[in-house]
Design a protein around this ligand. Structure first.
Ligand code: C2E
Ligand code: MG
Ligand code: MG
Ligand code: MG
Length: 284
């Protein structure tokens, strides 16, 4: 593997690689530099309670801002970072930064919001996640119950027994646990019962074609109903239209996030959004 051979071999290998592979190696190299140069940013996408319209929290989403000011979305570097293990460095940074920001908002008198951070399978299985979470909370003073961790089905399925133990330890800290992108993997709800999960996130792909796709509407309604049976809260992601929101309200989905209300925002714009939002918990 070229990446293990050091920089001297970079040119030699890169000439022999396809364009796509070369681009991956280059991105990985630039990403390492970018992390060192403090180029990662956290954006926050509001999450709202459907019944009241109140903002209940936000999902923290990483962006990479290059020196040229280009904002690189996660699809272009998270998969690469996952392959190389760099994701753990990124994920730990996002976690700490989100806790720091969350505490700053609390200190500034903003309402208590729950902030959700994505955790990759590599981070879950190959790092002492529990310890990293514990120190992030301790060092920033952000309350554990205000932190939510989003895990994917594939991360949990890889090594089930180990994953259960790690999740139990995380849960004992007081943080909330969510299953992200639900419905895109192969797990059943019976399987989910094995894990101490509080929240289920319905994948955007089921929401996209509501109200045109009857199948997706039935699947969505079934997921909501089943999650309730397991006493989990449900949040829909990728809500873009009033029709989609109305459908989710009718089916008693608890929360949503999506462009219908807001794209992910930089911290300062998110703060303005909270202050201006008519049903912000601040004003009610
Ligand atoms: P995700 O965790 O499922 O996050 C939701 C994604 O859907 C975000 O994309 C968000 O911007 C997008 N989204 C939300 N509402 C809408 C909508 O109404 N319309 C459309 N078109 N998109 C919407 P984003 O920020 O590009 O992130 C993509 C993925 O990258 C995330 O999917 C997550 O898997 C990964 N990711 C982002 N930040 C991190 C991180 O800090 N750590 C890890 N491990 N993964 C991350
Ligand atoms: Mg997520
Ligand atoms: Mg998701
Ligand atoms: Mg998704």
């Amino acid at each position: 593997q070229a990446k293990n051979e050091g920089r001297n071999c970079f040119k030699y290998f890169s000439e022999r690689l396809t364009h796509a592979a070369r681009e991956r190696i280059e991105i990985e190299y630039r990403l390492r530099l970018g992390i060192e140069k403090n180029q990662l940013r956290v954006y926050y996408q509001p999450q709202l309670e459907i019944a009241t319209g109140k903002i209940i929290g936000a999902e923290a989403l990483v962006r990479w801002q290059t020196d040229q000011g280009e904002l690189i979305p996660p699809v272009r570097f998270i998969p690469i970072a996952e392959e190389t293990g760099l994701i753990t460095l990124i994920g730990n940074w996002v976690l700490k930064e989100t806790c720091r920001q969350g505490k700053q908002w609390l200190d500034a008198g903003l309402p208590a919001l729950r902030l959700a951070v994505n955790v990759s399978s590599h981070q879950l299985m190959h790092s002492d996640l529990c310890e990293v979470v514990r120190t992030s909370l301790a060092e920033t003073g952000f309350p554990a119950h205000s932190l939510e961790l989003e895990l994917t089905e594939s991360a949990l399925m890889k090594r089930e027994k180990e994953a259960i133990e790690i999740l139990n330890n995380l849960h004992a800290l007081g943080v909330h646990l969510a299953i992200d992108d639900f419905g895109t993997g192969y797990s059943s709800l019976a399987y989910l019962k094995l894990f101490p999960l509080d929240i289920l996130k319905i994948d955007k792909s089921f929401i996209d074609d509501i109200p045109m796709a009857i199948d997706d509407m039935e699947i969505t309604a079934t997921i909501i109903a089943m999650a309730k049976t397991l006493r989990m809260k449900v949040i829909a992601e990728g809500v873009e239209t009033a029709e989609q929101l109305a459908f989710l309200a009718e089916r008693k989905c608890d929360f949503y996030q999506g462009y219908y209300t807001s794209k992910p925002l930089p911290a300062n714009e998110f703060e303005d959004f909270i202050k201006q939002h008519p049903s912000s918990p601040l004003l009610s």
